[in-house]
Write a protein that binds this ligand. Structure first.
Ligand code: SF4
Length: 287
């Protein structure tokens, strides 16, 4: 509990609103966190990223596919949905956007080929939430399946980063989704899966109650640091000490690099379509 919260003796402490991206932003770079969650109005972001456009289009198409009548859930309709949901932002030009749209059509059609349209998910783009004494967590799960008596968290990935079991095991977001899904739906939920659409690979990890608790503890630690920041500013601490830049190669991908001298010194800004290039592993789509 922060000093400010203690000062408000008798008042219930305000819960920290946590989402996976809020927690990971603090962890990655507190200055970026300030730009996104503290500064109002927030500073202007850079241009949209093409790889995020691909990810968002694919996610939207798959969500819409599950809402079709079951007889219409075919690979062809999945491809058609990619075209109708396509976001053409961030690409070098129209030709590149079209090329990637058709790649995404192929990718999603091939993925739909392996889905059983009758195997109705428990949730699609499902919001789950949970509260702890200090945290109000909420997040949106790409897909929540029921397998036997248990729920399974499914997260779609469209980037070229080759996924391993460690990605599923170490993901704070997936663990929090599982814990929140279990509480929201009062059903056991320990398994998390990353479905990598470009390769069709599924990476699965089965948590235990203990590993979920550990991840929840991690979330509390991150949230406690972030929640303490405004009180530190109020007591006169330097803003760069409270929200320090964490400059490194990833700064080339930062939406706020134009406002951050340290970040610009650390890495040259990437072109908005650079995450699609063949010779580098692009960032994964955002959650
Ligand atoms: S450019 Fe780098 S250091 Fe600056 S805010 Fe972005 S991620 Fe943080």
């Amino acid at each position: 509990m922060t000093a400010t919260q203690l000062d408000l003796a008798g008042m219930p402490a305000r819960l920290f609103s946590a989402t996976p991206s809020r927690l990971s932003t603090w962890l990655d770079c507190p200055r970026r966190y300030k730009f996104v969650y503290v500064d109002r109005p927030p500073p202007a972001k850079g241009p949209p990223w093409a790889h995020n456009s691909v990810g968002a289009s694919v996610h939207a198409a798959l969500a819409a596919w599950w809402s079709l009548p079951v007889q219409r859930r075919t690979p062809v309709s999945a491809g058609a949905l990619v075209r109708s949901k396509w976001i053409g932002l961030g690409f070098r030009d129209d030709e590149q956007a079209l090329q990637w749209r058709e790649r995404a059509v192929e990718m999603v059609s091939a993925y739909a080929e392996r889905l059983d349209p009758y195997d109705e998910p428990v949730g699609v783009e499902r919001t789950v939430a949970m509260r702890t004494p200090t945290l109000a967590f909420s997040g949106r799960i790409d897909r929540l399946d029921r397998r036997g008596n248990e729920l399974v968290v499914v997260d779609y990935k469209t980037g070229r980063h080759v996924l391993t079991t460690d990605d599923a095991r170490g993901s704070l977001a997936l663990a929090l989704y599982a814990a929140a899904a279990a509480r929201t739906l009062r059903t056991r939920c320990l398994a998390v899966e990353l479905h990598h659409l470009p390769t069709g690979r599924v990476v699965r990890w089965e948590h235990t109650e203990a590993t979920l608790d550990r991840q929840l503890g991690r979330a509390h630690d991150i949230a406690a640091e972030a929640a303490a920041a405004p009180a530190r500013i109020a007591t006169g601490e330097d803003v760069d000490a409270v929200y320090p830049p964490r400059a490194g190669p990833m700064c080339g991908w930062c939406d706020f690099a134009a406002h951050c001298a340290e970040g610009r010194a650390a890495a040259a800004p990437r072109a908005s379509w650079a995450g699609l290039a063949e010779d580098i592993a692009p960032l994964d789509d955002e959650d």
